[in-house]
Design a binder for this molecule. Sequence first.
Ligand SMILES: Cc1cc2nc3c(=O)[nH]c(=O)nc-3n(C[C@H](O)[C@H](O)[C@H](O)COP(=O)(O)O)c2cc1C
Length: 219
Amino acid sequence: MDLWKAIRERNSIRVFKPDPVPRKLIEKILGAGLEAPSSANMQPWEFAVVCGEDKDKLSRSLLRAFSEKGRDYDFEGKEIQFPPRLLQRRRVFFGELFQQLEDKGLKPKQFVQERTLSFWGAPVIILVFMDGRMAKRFFFDIGTCVQNIVLAAQAEGLGTHLIGLILKFQNTIKAFLQIPLEKRLVVGICLGYPDLEHPLNRYKPNRDRLDESVVWVRC
Ligand SMILES: Cc1cc2nc3c(=O)[nH]c(=O)nc-3n(C[C@H](O)[C@H](O)[C@H](O)COP(=O)(O)O)c2cc1C
């Protein structure tokens, strides 16, 4: 698939088909992540790929932790003040998405939280970690890698949904995977074949114009 087509057509998938993704294809897509640039080529990304009954078990643990404790890990410290322009974009996004869900008779906030912790029904969840001793600026390196994975998946006819809500439950996730608490979970990538007929998968939130985000200097 043409790169521009993949960039333009990608959106967050909210309904996946149950079809499993072949292991070889997952490896190929992760391989695109490994091609990403990173600071001094340190390649700080680490992955856990969970499928099948274990993925469902993990999801159940997350839903339980969510209903019992609300979170098990404080990943941002105190409440962050977002700039008003960004808050306005967030208001528009949730307004549009929640309206679609309400129209289907769903409780939007609860639905989004529970579906996120169920990996939006994807057959594969890729959990992306880095060493917790590394400064937060290395999150950016993970971002380059994750976007390669997302676009490679799109090019292969798969869909993705990035999820950050699970960061609140990273102790549950680390206990489940039996990985050291020092690791830092950065993001989850829900991966699978998208149900392109489903209206929820047609939602593609708008983007602001380029001149909202750029200062040109002598160009
Ligand atoms: C780092 C990151 C974390 C996200 N976390 C969540 C999440 O926890 N739950 C969710 O439903 N969507 C999550 N999203 C999806 C965003 O809401 C979505 O990417 C954004 O609204 C733009 O929509 P699009 O991906 O369809 O273009 C996340 C996206 C990113 C990049």
